[in-house]
Design a protein around this ligand. Structure first.
Ligand code: HEC
Length: 162
């Protein structure tokens, strides 16, 4: 008799306990979300800025190599890093990452199609530079390098604040 009575009772207690845990879990998540989200967005701003600094470093290294008539395989390597970085570029500007220590203009989010197109033109320009360098053609590499530099500037005029 004792067993028959206590079985449904303990069953109820387990249900209540798991409901309480569920509610606690939900409250915990809700409490953490804003801080966690802000941190994630700070990270993505720092991440894209660090990547862009690396891109500047790539351009500098390429410029020096071309001026010194150096090894084009270095140019091929650096420009490949640019291709890969700019392929993933729009994803580094998720919704909500328009605040804080960013110099991105609101147009990055409000004119998304054009921003993505500008990133696509950068991928194309960096690919062209990579192919020219990989083929060993110094003149074509120099031309593609100037074009790539212009492509950085074109996006900055539209999407980067001073
Ligand atoms: C598709 C658009 C786009 C292209 C292409 C682009 N940039 Fe930018 N760049 C931006 C935006 C937007 C910012 C501002 C980012 C921020 O502060 O969140 C920026 C910022 C920068 C910064 C400042 C980073 C910092 O520390 O704050 C550097 C350096 C930079 N870009 C270099 C380059 C170079 C070099 C290229 C070409 C190889 C390039 N960018 C191509 C959009 C672009």
């Amino acid at each position: 008799m004792g067993i028959l009575q206590s079985a449904p009772e303990s069953c109820m207690r387990i249900k209540q306990a798991s409901l309480a845990l569920l509610l606690l879990g939900a409250a915990g998540l809700a409490g953490l979300a804003p801080a966690g989200l802000a941190r994630a967005q700070g990270d993505v701003v720092a991440q894209r800025q660090a990547g862009l600094k690396r891109m500047s470093g790539n351009l500098e290294a390429i410029k020096k190599t071309l001026e010194a008539k150096g090894d084009l395989s270095l140019v091929a390597e650096r420009s490949q890093d640019m291709v890969t970085f700019f392929q993933g570029f729009p994803a580094l500007f998720p919704p909500g990452s328009d605040t804080g220590d960013t110099h991105a203009r609101p147009a990055v989010w409000s004119d998304r199609a054009e921003f993505q197109a500008a990133a696509g033109r950068m991928v194309a320009a960096a690919s062209k530079l990579h192919e020219a360098a990989a083929s060993g053609d110094a003149d074509a590499t120099a031309t593609a390098f100037r074009e790539a530099g212009g492509t950085c500037g074109a996006c900055h005029r539209a999407f980067r604040a001073r």
